[in-house]
Design a protein around this ligand. Structure first.
Ligand code: GUN
Length: 292
C-alpha cells in the first residue's frame, strides 16, 4: 500500500505557482488577486477560508477576505459579487459554501462572472467542462486528477466508481474521469444514497472516489484487493487518543481499507490540500488569459 500525499503534491504545485508569480512580477505584472467571500461562521468554512488566504500569501498572491454575518440579505451579497465582477484588480473570486438558508445558492453562483469563476461552479463553467472546452475545473476534482497524474496511476479502461453526486465533487468527478483524455478514459459508475447493494458496486472499483459525507462509510469488505482509493470526506470526531480530544477522519475507514488498497489518500493530508492548490492554479489560469 502506498500513501498518496496531497500534502507533498500540493506543496510541489504551490512552489511551481510561486515561481511563476515571481517571474510575472519581475516582468512588471501585478500580483494575482483572489477574493473570498464568507458568510456566517460555519466551522468547516472558517477553516477552509483561513487556509485559502494563508495559501495565497505562500505563493505570492494578493488575497481579499470579505466577511458577512449570516443575516446579510441576498441583495447585499449579489451587490458585492457585482462589484468583484467589475473590479479589474480581482482575477478570480469564490463564495464559500454553504450559505445561510435564506440565500439561494444557485442565484449566487449564477451571478459570478464566468471569467472569474475560479471555483468552476457557474453553469457556463460546468457546461464547458462537460464538453471538454477550456474552463476552470472545480477545485476538488481537479486536485484529484492532479494526484492521479503525479502518482502515475493507470486510469485508461479502468472502472472508476464515484460515491456521491454533489455538484462540487461527485458529479464533476464522474464527468472528468470518463473524458477522452490520457489522464482519464475510465468507465464510470456513480453511486448515491438511493443506490441498492452499494457494496457490490464499490467492490468492482479499480479506482474508488468517495465523497458522500458519511464518516467511515467505506469498510474493508467494500473494496477490491489492489484498488486505488481516494477519500474526499473530512469529519471532526471526538477522540481520547489526541491531546485536543478531536481528530479528523474521512468517508473511508482507513485502517480497514488501507490493508487492501494499492494506493490510498489519508485524512488529513490527502485530497484537502489539493483543493486549495487547484484553486490557486485556476486563479493563475485567469491571470494568464488576461495576459494574452
Ligand atoms: N465548500 C466546500 N467546498 C467548497 C469549495 O470548493 N468551494 C466553495 N466555494 N465552497 C466550498
Amino acid at each position: 500500500m502506498e500513501l498518496i500525499s496531497g500534502k507533498e503534491i500540493s506543496a510541489a504545485v504551490k512552489s511551481e505557482i510561486a515561481e511563476e508569480v515571481e517571474q510575472m512580477v519581475s516582468a512588471g505584472h501585478k500580483r494575482p488577486h483572489l477574493a473570498v467571500i464568507i458568510v456566517g461562521h460555519d466551522g468547516a468554512s472558517e477553516t477552509y477560508v483561513a487556509s485559502k488566504v494563508k495559501s495565497c500569501a505562500q505563493v505570492g498572491f494578493k488575497s481579499s477576505e470579505i466577511r458577512y454575518e449570516d443575516d446579510i440579505t441576498q441583495e447585499e451579497l449579489l451587490s458585492t459579487i457585482n462589484k468583484l465582477n467589475n473590479d479589474d484588480d480581482v482575477d478570480g473570486f469564490i463564495v464559500q459554501l454553504p450559505l445561510p438558508k435564506h440565500i439561494d445558492e444557485d442565484t449566487v453562483i449564477q451571478a459570478i462572472d464566468p471569467n472569474k469563476d475560479v471555483d468552476g461552479f457557474h453553469p457556463i463553467s460546468v457546461g464547458k467542462m462537460v464538453q471538454g472546452l477550456p474552463t476552470f475545473l472545480p477545485a476538488t476534482p481537479a486536485g484529484i486528477v492532479e494526484l492521479l497524474k503525479r502518482y502515475k496511476i493507470e486510469t485508461s479502461g479502468k472502472h472508476c466508481v464515484v460515491v456521491g453526486r454533489s455538484n462540487i465533487v461527485g458529479t464533476p468527478m464522474s464527468v472528468l474521469m470518463s473524458r477522452k483524455e490520457e489522464w482519464a478514459n475510465c468507465t464510470v459508475t456513480i453511486c448515491h444514497s438511493r443506490t441498492k447493494n452499494i457494496e457490490e458496486i464499490t467492490r468492482q472499483a479499480d479506482i474508488l472516489i468517495v465523497a458522500l459525507g458519511v464518516p467511515h462509510f467505506i469498510k474493508g469488505d467494500m473494496v477490491k484487493e489492489g484498488a486505488v482509493v481516494i477519500d474526499v470526506g473530512i469529519h471532526r470526531v471526538k477522540s481520547d487518543k489526541t491531546k485536543s480530544g478531536w481528530k479528523l477522519i474521512g468517508d473511508v475507514d482507513f485502517d480497514e481499507v488501507s490493508k487492501k488498497s494499492s494506493f490510498i489518500t489519508p485524512v488529513p493530508g490527502g485530497v484537502g490540500p489539493m483543493t486549495i492548490a487547484s484553486l490557486l492554479q485556476n486563479t493563475l489560469i485567469s491571470v494568464r488569459r488576461k495576459m494574452k
